[in-house]
Design a protein around this ligand. Structure first.
Ligand code: 4AD
Ligand code: MG
Length: 435
């Protein structure tokens, strides 16, 4: 028998094995027994299936183990795969053998309601719950979708460093660490390292953990989150908007196509996601201010959006909303001003519907050396630390653009989760770093 995991038997693949007898190892998710017949909810990680045994069908040892098995006990079972149209897995197992390998006692997370604080303390165990598994499967599928999207378009993946000598997205949210007597910071974005790579590969992206010391306790912020960032040579602002739109649409379609069961577990209304097709509405920051004022929000031109403004301005749309041309004054130093109105930059934010806020932020970059140098000085950034970044504009400079998407925000929207903490295996939040 082959030992390759590629074609081994798993719960997920039982549908294609009706009539066969299979042996599986995993855990007891739940159990009930009448004394004559036992029903075990068996989980192997790939899925859950009901396994049924009558006392008369199995040995005395197997029946004794069925009786003593508890929630989250480790078990090995053997049974025949039977079609069962009523069950979500489409099959049921008729048991012929059942062994408890490890008897678990008092698993802390039971089917009753637990408070969030308790569940977060037990995140390492909470991962086994069906909703958590569904959300993390969606995350994993989106991650694969991201790689496939860029691979299909000839991008090269550039792994940007996590320890960096300088800030990318403002100095107020830096995690500082000691680097052999020098200061180093955990990366806020890989963008600055991608820009030199476009002159080597044309189209590049990075995808990895990103750190922001955000002293804010909101459901939309994590201290450590994953960001995917494409950067493309010769791509200008309109092309950037098209790329971001295509990216979001392809990922949503992939989740709908491949995560149907997980979305069902999460009770996600998929009709809303099916509407996510091009073209997305596109408005400018100035138009957004007018819309907000018309709705009674007091924001004035020049103020940045907060979560309330994002939610309010996007409420009129059931598609992601593209907002562009923000005031130069509050955006990052590297953003290219609009040639028709230098008070605004060629920056793009995409705000997800249903109150999920900004999922994408990007821009066309300044590609003129002297102008970028001036901006670095205006922002009081240390010029020496950016010398290498300025080199991109010294040798074979070209117009270019890119964006960053926060994976957790996207996954929260897909799964309609209230808080980012459930979209990442081990969330890092304000003052919370256990487990
Ligand atoms: O808008 P941001 O700050 O953009 C950048 O970092 C650019 N350098 C990206 C680029 O152009 N290559 O962050 C991008 C996205 C946001 O739209 C949001 O989805 C996510 O990253 N994000 C966060 N997600 C979770 N927790 C936080 N604290 C986040 N901060 C940003
Ligand atoms: Mg942003």
């Amino acid at each position: 028998m082959s030992t390759s995991l590629k074609d081994s038997v798993t719960v997920r693949r039982l549908r294609g094995r009706v009539g066969e007898t299979v042996t599986l190892r995993g855990w007891v998710a739940g159990k009930r027994s009448s004394g004559k017949i036992a029903f075990v909810q068996f989980r192997d990680g790939t899925g859950t299936v009901q396994a049924v045994a009558a006392k008369s069908d199995v040995s005395a040892e197997a029946w004794a183990d069925l009786e003593r098995a508890t929630q989250e006990s480790t078990v090995t079972l053997t049974g025949t795969v039977k079609e069962d149209k009523r069950s979500p897995s489409g099959v049921e197992l008729g048991l012929s053998d059942f062994r408890v390998e490890f008897l678990t006692q008092d698993f802390p997370i039971t089917p009753k309601d637990h408070g969030t604080a308790f569940l977060m303390e037990n995140r390492h165990l909470w991962l086994r719950s069906s909703r958590q598994r569904a959300a993390l499967r969606v995350r994993s599928e989106v991650e694969q979708g991201i790689h496939d999207f860029f691979h299909d378009r000839d991008f090269v993946r550039i792994d940007s460093p996590i320890l960096t000598p300088a800030a990318c997205e403002g100095t107020s949210t830096l995690f500082e660490t000691d680097y052999f007597g020098d200061k180093a910071y955990l990366s806020q974005s890989g963008q600055l390292y991608l820009e030199p790579a476009i002159s080597a590969f044309g189209r590049v992206y990075c995808f990895g953990p990103t750190f922001r010391a955000e002293k804010s306790k909101t459901r939309r912020h994590l201290m450590e989150f994953w960001m995917v960032e494409p950067e493309v040579a010769f791509l200008e602002f309109d092309g950037l908007c098209d790329l971001a739109e295509e990216f979001v649409c392809e990922l949503v379609a992939r989740v709908l196509d491949r995560c149907a069961e997980d979305l069902k577990v999460l009770e996600r209304d998929t009709a809303v996601l099916e509407k996510v097709v091009p073209p997305f509405p596109r408005i400018t920051y100035s138009e957004a201010i007018e819309r907000l004022n018309a709705k009674g929000n007091p924001i004035v031109w020049g103020d940045d959006f907060g979560a309330d403004e994002e939610t309010l301005v996007s409420a009129d749309f059931d598609q992601p909303l593209m907002v562009s041309r923000f005031p130069t004054a509050f955006k990052a130093f590297y953003m290219q001003p609009d040639p028709e109105n230098p008070k605004v930059v060629l920056g793009l934010d995409i705000i997800a519907p249903e109150g999920y806020g900004e999922i994408i932020g990007g821009s066309q970059r300044i590609h003129d050396h002297d102008f970028l140098l001036q901006r670095i000085r205006e922002h009081d950034l240390p010029v020496e630390a950016f010398q290498w970044y300025l080199d991109v504009r010294k040798y074979g400079s070209c117009p270019h653009a890119g964006f960053g998407m926060g994976l957790e925000r996207f996954v929260a929207w897909m799964c309609k989760l209230d808080h980012l903490r459930e979209t990442i295996p081990y969330p890092r939040m304000l003052y919370k770093i256990y487990p």
